[in-house]
Design a protein around this ligand. Structure first.
Ligand SMILES: NC(=O)c1ccc[n+]([C@@H]2O[C@H](COP(=O)([O-])OP(=O)(O)OC[C@H]3O[C@@H](n4cnc5c(N)ncnc54)[C@H](O)[C@@H]3O)[C@@H](O)[C@H]2O)c1
Ligand SMILES: O=C(O)[C@H](O)COP(=O)(O)O
Length: 340
């Protein structure tokens, strides 16, 4: 018997859109992955429609998924009888994976934590930029050449303000960590945040109405769920004081766009919106032209060289799983209902 033969590596398939595959995995990450597992089938698999793809599926113990993955439903799972773990290279799994995978005992892991860092950094920048009224100043300078002068609300500056966070999610917690350096008072509204966790984070937990009433900045970090759809409507916006800043780097569906548009057109509030509903906004939306609004096209998450963080995180997860059966970013079945 050959005692020098390496232990057999588990078979793994990569299931995602071609472009995501190219963006997410660096050459180093792919080399590490090939050491940990035996990659089978086409790289990546974009559908399950050929005998070659179905053979790969039948052999796979691990499935790495990513943006553009086809739906992994009961029929796909039937064709993957050896599957033990789905390791996602992005955040949201509920768009392609349903509870069936959990019901079959398949373990599921997400790279949402790796994507939380760039989103939180972007949010922090938006808060500092927004409180200085940078967009209004820039507009004034561009259109009138008036220096350090702005019509409407006075600049606040970020030090010592009250920041209201909707959702102590992965992103929300990173934002809390970053804004702590502003000597800000931090309020959080989140029905899933335990008292012990709130104490650890050093935040005050408040109901939504109080969050809106007291915040200089309202920043949204909850996932889109039936409970959070349009959670910020006309009534909530009306509770915000004049000049308050609304930041949304979560999902457009959290805000009633019509109500927000009315407030922003009136000039009473400022907003920094990385996500909108619909996305993109219609060509004739008044929001494009407002000095008190910054619109960015859904760029808060990992972009450019940051995208490798996601592949790296997934590869680390696979290595730990193969070596020790550990998934550091495992999702529980019951979390699906209130996670991104
Ligand atoms: N703009 C971007 O490019 C970008 C990138 C990544 C994530 N996102 C979005 O950012 C948001 C946060 O992502 P994440 O991965 O940190 O989310 P997550 O999966 O960690 O969110 C789950 C948490 O949200 C909180 N939550 C759930 N329901 C809530 C409710 N009704 N009210 C308040 N809090 C609630 C709970 O703490 C829960 O644990 C999501 O909307 C996600 O889609 C945006
Ligand atoms: O599109 C986004 O908001 C981010 O890129 C994250 O998306 P995901 O949750 O599907 O990874």
């Amino acid at each position: 018997m050959d005692h020098t033969a390496p232990p057999s590596r588990p078979s793994a398939v990569i299931v995602m859109a071609e472009q995501s595959f190219r963006e997410v995995f660096s050459e180093t990450a792919l080399a590490r992955l090939s050491t940990a597992v035996e990659l089978v089938g086409p790289l990546p698999i974009t559908d399950f429609d050929s005998p070659e793809r179905r053979d790969a599926l039948a052999a796979a113990r691990i499935m790495l998924t990513g943006w553009g993955a086809p739906r992994v439903d009961a029929a796909v799972l039937d064709a993957a009888p050896r599957l033990e773990a789905v390791v996602h290279t992005a955040g949201t799994v509920k768009t392609f994976l349903d509870a069936e995978a959990f019901a079959r005992g398949i373990r599921v892991s997400t790279a949402a934590a790796a994507n939380a860092t760039p989103v939180a950094e972007f949010t922090f920048a938006a808060i500092v930029f927004g409180l200085k009224r940078a967009s209004r100043f820039a507009h004034q300078l561009r259109t009138t050449r008036r220096h350090r002068s702005v019509d409407g609300v006075p600049p606040l500056g970020a030090n010592g303000v009250t920041i209201g966070i909707l959702g102590a999610s992965r992103v929300g917690r990173e934002v809390i960590r970053l804004v702590s350096r502003l000597q800000a008072r931090i309020l959080v509204c989140d029905p899933y945040l335990s008292t012990a966790d709130a104490a650890r984070l050093g935040v005050e937990v408040v109901p939504l109405e109080e969050l809106c009433r007291r915040s200089d900045v309202l920043t949204l970090h909850a996932p889109s769920t039936p409970d959070t759809r349009r959670i910020i409507g006309a009534a909530e916006l009306a509770l915000l004081h004049d000049g308050a800043l609304v930041v949304n780097t979560a999902r457009g569906a959290l805000i009633d766009t019509e109500a927000l548009t009315a407030e922003l057109v009136s000039g009473r509030l400022d907003a920094y919106l990385d996500v909108t509903d619909p996305e993109p906004l219609p060509q004739d939306s008044p929001l494009y032209a407002l000095p008190n609004v910054v619109l960015t096209p859904h760029i808060a998450g990992a972009l450019g060289n940051e995208i490798h963080r996601l592949g790296d995180s997934a590869v680390r997860e696979v290595e730990q799983y193969v070596g020790r059966g550990i998934l550091a970013h495992e999702l529980r079945a019951d979390e699906l209902a209130y996670t991104a």
